[in-house]
Design a protein around this ligand. Structure first.
Ligand code: ADP
Length: 228
C-alpha cells in the first residue's frame, strides 16, 4: 500500500466563545496517500475548513497529531511549521487571491522566486504549469482579464508551483458554474495524476466528489469514509 503523505491522528479542535466551547473535531483520524484525490463533503459549519487548516499546519490541533511525510508536526514551533507548510503544502481557496497587478505567469513564478529559485527556472516551471492547466495562451494576462475558471486554474498552478506533497483545496470550484467547475476539476485532476501529488478537496459539488478516488465526511467531529 502506498505510504500516507498526510495523517491526522486523534485530532481534537475546539473554539472557545465566551462561556461556550464549540467542539469541531473530536478524535478525527484520516490518512491521505500519495497520488490520490479525496473529496471532503459535509454540510456548512461542520468543520471542513477547520480540518483543512489543521491538516495544512495553519492551526494547531488542541490534541492529537498531524503527521506530514512521516514527521510529527503537532509540537513543532510556529516557525518550523511555517517552513514545512511553505515547502510541502499548497492551498487553493474559493476565491483565487491572485495578485491583481501581476500577470498569470508572474503569479505562478512568485512563490518560486520567494523560495529562492532563479527567474529563468521559475518562468520555465510557471509556463509548464499553466500549459498543464490549459491556460498557456493566457499567461501574460492579469487576473482581471481572465474568466473565473481561468483565475482558479492559475490559483491551482500557483499552489503547486513549489512542488508540494499535498494540495488542500477549500471549495475551489464553489464560485463557478457547473460546466466551468467540471473543466477546472479536470485540469486539477490531470495535474495531480501527473505529479503524484495528493489532494484533499472540500466541495459541495456531489458530481465532482463522485469523480474523486474517495469521499469522506465529518460526523460529530470524526472523519467518516463515505461508500463508493
Ligand atoms: P465548514 O468549513 O464546514 O463550513 P468551519 O470549519 O468553517 O466549517 O467551521 C466550523 C464551526 O466552527 C462553525 O460553527 C464556525 O462558526 C466555527 N468556527 C470556525 N472558526 C472559528 C474560530 N476561529 N473561532 C470560533 N469559531 C470558529
Amino acid at each position: 500500500m502506498t505510504q500516507s503523505v498526510l495523517e491526522l491522528s486523534s485530532v481534537d479542535r475546539h473554539y472557545v466563545q465566551g462561556p461556550n466551547t464549540l467542539t469541531i473535531l473530536k478524535g478525527a483520524d484520516f490518512a491521505l496517500r500519495s497520488g490520490e484525490i479525496v473529496a471532503l463533503v459535509a454540510p456548512s459549519g461542520t468543520g471542513k475548513s477547520t480540518l483543512l487548516h489543521v491538516a495544512g499546519l495553519l492551526e494547531y490541533p488542541d490534541s492529537g497529531d498531524v503527521i506530514l511525510n512521516g514527521q510529527s508536526c503537532a509540537s513543532l514551533s510556529d516557525d518550523r511549521r511555517t517552513a514545512i507548510r511553505r515547502k510541502e503544502i499548497g492551498f487553493v481557496y474559493q476565491f483565487h487571491h491572485l495578485l491583481p497587478e501581476f500577470t498569470a505567469l508572474e503569479n505562478v513564478m512568485m512563490p518560486q522566486l520567494i523560495a529562492g529559485l532563479g527567474v529563468a527556472e521559475a518562468r520555465e516551471r510557471a509556463s509548464q504549469l499553466l500549459a498543464y492547466m490549459k491556460i498557456g495562451p493566457r499567461a501574460e494576462h492579469r487576473p482581471s482579464e481572465l474568466s473565473g475558471g481561468e483565475q482558479q486554474r492559475v490559483a491551482i498552478a500557483r499552489a503547486v508551483a513549489n512542488a508540494p506533497l499535498v494540495l488542500l483545496a477549500d471549495e475551489p470550484t464553489g464560485n463557478l458554474d457547473p460546466a466551468t467547475a467540471g473543466y477546472v476539476f479536470e485540469a486539477l485532476e490531470a495535474l495531480v495524476r501527473h505529479s503524484g501529488l495528493a489532494a484533499l478537496i472540500a466541495t459541495h459539488n456531489e458530481e465532482l466528489a463522485s469523480r474523486m478516488d474517495r469521499r469522506i465526511t465529518l460526523v460529530e467531529g470524526r472523519v467518516v469514509e463515505l461508500p463508493r
